[in-house]
Design a protein around this ligand. Structure first.
Ligand SMILES: *Cc1c(COP(=O)(O)O)cnc(C)c1O
Length: 365
């Protein structure tokens, strides 16, 4: 048995696999329309969104690109908050659409300093602010509600939040957050197959997007928004992915959101307490920002993330993820999103710590 603790795509429940293996519905059929209406409403309920979700056939990054392309133009002044790889991704995408970009960087492993944010908002005005909720590279949940409260005190910018690795794993309240765009993906906390992006728009974001009636590029939200009003999609969707998602949404609500979120929170706290006294690794995120989706462990200097990853795979059938970018060798990341049991987490932790100890002694200390 493989214990798949990757950070995505995450393991799929049997009923999701079975749903995917059925013949594809015609996306113009009544059956698809009914299923689409239900799934997009369930997705909205999941995050307390006022409007049904849009479902794009692309991975999460495609959802980010389409959303940013739809709210950022060449004249937009954009503020990007980043403390890691995925915050940087937002800056890279936005940089293709405007040169008026202020990228405010915080150290990886830390969250955003709200007084620094406040200073930036006082010094300049912005049309759009981009940030990540779950920074998957460092295992941090940024305090989005507090961040947006600060933004709203100084600015009426449209606020886009990448919730790709938090959607389905932890409570998200789009209305209470007062966010304008949330972007998720199917293959992480939703325990659905890879291949669709979930985009939520506030009424304000919808009005903004509707100003551009002539935009027909595939990666622009306007056609998706128009079609969604008819409970449909503008182009042939990834139908079998959708069918898997439909089965996953059924399971998510059958488990119940409080129980589901508690299971993720427990997985995170087990990972953290397991390594709390370790001399070889430390939990990268400060406790108040610890992600419930992914635990990132920062390795002491003599350890190599790729060696540990390979040994876990080859010798123990445990899969996990190394760090990203400059943190590649310094960080290992344990995914606990979607379809998992706490027993699987406990089993993995024991073996991960054994392998780390063996690697450490191989280096003679
Ligand atoms: C996985 C991830 C992405 C990229 O999503 P893809 O579906 O691989 O395109 C972006 N942002 C965050 C926070 C992620 O965890």
């Amino acid at each position: 048995m493989i214990n798949n603790r990757n950070t995505g795509p995450t393991p799929l429940p049997p009923s999701v696999l079975i749903a995917m293996a059925q013949q594809p519905l015609s996306h113009r059929s009544m059956a698809f329309r009914e299923a689409f209406t239900e799934v997009t409403a369930q997705l909205a309920k999941l995050v307390n969104a006022t409007e049904p979700a849009l479902l794009l056939s692309c991975s999460g990054t495609g959802g980010l690109e389409a959303s940013i392309a739809s709210i950022v133009n060449i004249e937009s002044r954009v503020l990007v908050l980043t403390a890691g790889n995925y915050g940087d991704l937002l800056a890279r995408i936005a940089g293709r659409f405007t040169a008026n970009l202020n990228v405010v960087r915080f150290a990886p492993g830390e969250s955003f300093d709200l007084s620094v944010l406040q200073t930036h908002l006082m010094q300049a005005s912005y049309d759009v602010v981009l940030l990540t909720h779950s920074e998957s590279s460092t295992g941090i949940y940024h305090p989005v509600a507090s961040v947006i409260t600060v933004i709203r005190a100084f600015s009426d910018a449209l606020v886009l939040v990448d919730t790709i690795s938090s959607l389905g794993a932890t409570p998200i309240d789009m209305a209470a957050w007062d966010a304008d765009v949330l972007v998720g993906a199917t293959q992480k906390g939703l325990m659905a197959p890879a291949g669709m992006a979930v985009v939520y728009l506030s009424i304000r974001a919808q009005h903004y997007i509707e100003q551009y009636p002539d935009n027909h590029t595939y990666m622009h939200l306007r056609p998706w928004l128009e079609a969604s009003r008819q409970h449909s999609v503008p182009y042939t969707p990834a139908v079998n992915v959708f069918q898997g998602l439909q089965a996953a949404m059924e399971l998510i609500f059958a488990e119940g959101l409080p129980d589901r979120y508690q299971r993720h929170q427990k997985a995170s706290s087990r990972c953290r307490s397991f390594f709390a006294d370790s001399n070889h690794v430390r939990c990268f995120a400060a406790p108040q920002y610890a992600s419930h989706s992914i635990t990132a462990l920062y390795l002491s200097d003599a350890l190599s993330a790729s060696v540990i990853k390979k040994r876990l795979e080859d010798e123990h059938h445990i899969m996990l993820s190394t760090g990203l970018g400059p943190l590649k060798e310094r960080v290992i990341r344990i995914g606990h999103m979607g379809h998992f049991t706490l027993t699987e987490i406990d089993d993995a932790l024991l073996i991960v710590s054994n392998v780390i100890s063996q690697e450490k002694s191989a280096y003679g200390d």
